[in-house]
Ligand binder design. Structure first.
Ligand code: ZN
Ligand code: ZN
Length: 364
């Protein structure tokens, strides 16, 4: 279990830096990052509790055997008859050093489990595990990078499957089906598949529907799958027949915004300066009001995770962080353009994971 023990000690270091004396995690991405595994999340309260010296789990008896085979930590087991309160109390006694408690709570924990824990702790100071586990998760190790890179290359092929299927007369849904097939051929479940054609492209999160694709459409295609437990996320544009009026100019602006963000992203800069680099290009071209979302988000065990590249984020970018750069321009009633790359930040700047060009694909 070196994987989890390294990460447990990294967690203890950051708990010390942030003043947390107890990290409480539920089955989900934070727990998965620490243990390399997480039990099925459901209504039965399950906690990983990490104190300054001890770490234990509170688990329902139905899952105890399975968890014991995977996790080398003391388990405090509760039964359906008794409920979790007594097991939680004994687990807290085992991990808490005494004195003031400052809780670092998994922000995705179910409210019932979170309140049970908080009731046991009385007046503990509270923060979220975004400051502890979340901060550690932002920087990826080589294993994580390789998994994310493999996932990105799978998405490239799925995107190409969508391009190959594209022709006038198909619905958005049918194009999405072709993309899902492209993922499935590579043993990758499709996690999301947004196909926004023509004027629908002006909705950044359009729900793929039954609109029939026509010649002269620009189509925003934003897709992601899960390969070996890691997500992909990419956006490209396809043109059917000929581009709509004004398209080429706007595509060139979004491309320049991508490149400006790439040039601004360096270890040591704050995330908002990368957002500003992209936003300034679009604003100076006169389209500022049509760039209606943040420039990017982190990607790791989850498809959206810190760091978030917003206009206000003070997060300092570091080598090894993986995040999207995805500026867009959305013109109501006409079309939308978003170009999305996932990058890992290296010492000299971002390295793009995808190998697919950002030029619009033209289907005839
Ligand atoms: Zn994204
Ligand atoms: Zn996306």
């Amino acid at each position: 279990m070196t994987f989890s023990s390294n990460r447990l000690s990294a967690l203890r270091d950051i708990m010390q830096q942030t003043g947390a004396t107890l990290t409480a995690l539920a089955p989900g991405a934070h727990m998965h990052w620490v243990l390399g595994y997480h039990p099925h999340p459901d209504e039965r309260a399950t906690y990983l509790l990490v104190g300054p010296a001890e770490a234990v789990m509170v688990v329902p008896s139905v899952n105890a055997q399975d968890i014991a085979a995977r996790v080398d930590l003391p388990l405090h087991v509760w039964t359906d008859e008794d409920g979790p309160a007594a097991a939680l109390a004994s687990a807290l006694k085992a991990v808490l050093p005494g004195g003031t408690v400052r809780l670092s709570l998994d922000e995705t924990m179910r409210a019932d489990a979170a309140l049970l824990l908080i009731d046991h702790l009385g007046n503990a100071a509270r923060g979220f595990a975004t400051e502890t586990v979340g901060a550690l998760r932002m920087r990826k190790d080589d294993t994580e990078f390789n998994a994310l890179k493999a996932a990105a290359l799978v998405a490239d092929k799925a995107m190409k499957a969508g391009f190959a299927a594209l022709r006038p007369g198909l619905t958005e849904r049918q194009v999405a089906e072709a993309i899902r097939g492209g993922f499935a051929q590579q043993n990758t479940p499709s996690a999301f598949c947004l196909v926004a054609s023509g004027p629908n492209g002006a909705y950044p999160h359009h729900s793929t529907g039954d609109r029939v694709i026509q010649s002269g459409d620009a189509i925003v295609i934003d897709i992601g799958g899960t390969t070996g437990g890691f997500p992909s996320d990419m956006t490209r544009i396809a043109i059917v027949g000929h581009a709509p009026e004004g398209y080429d100019e706007v595509h060139a602006i979004v491309e320049r915004a991508v490149q400006a963000a790439m040039a601004a992203a360096r270890p040591g800069v704050v995330a908002k300066s990368v957002d500003k680099a992209a936003r300034d290009v679009i604003a100076q071209a006169g389209y500022g009001e049509y760039f209606v979302h943040r420039t990017g988000h982190g990607l790791g065990l989850e498809v959206h995770e810190p760091p978030y590249l917003t206009a206000t984020s003070e997060t300092v970018l570091q080598e090894g962080m993986v995040f999207s750069i995805e500026p867009g321009i959305y013109i109501p009633g006409r079309f939308g353009i978003r170009l999305e790359e996932i990058v890992i930040l290296r010492a000299d700047g971002p390295e793009i994971l995808s190998s697919l060009p950002r030029d619009a694909f033209v289907a005839t």
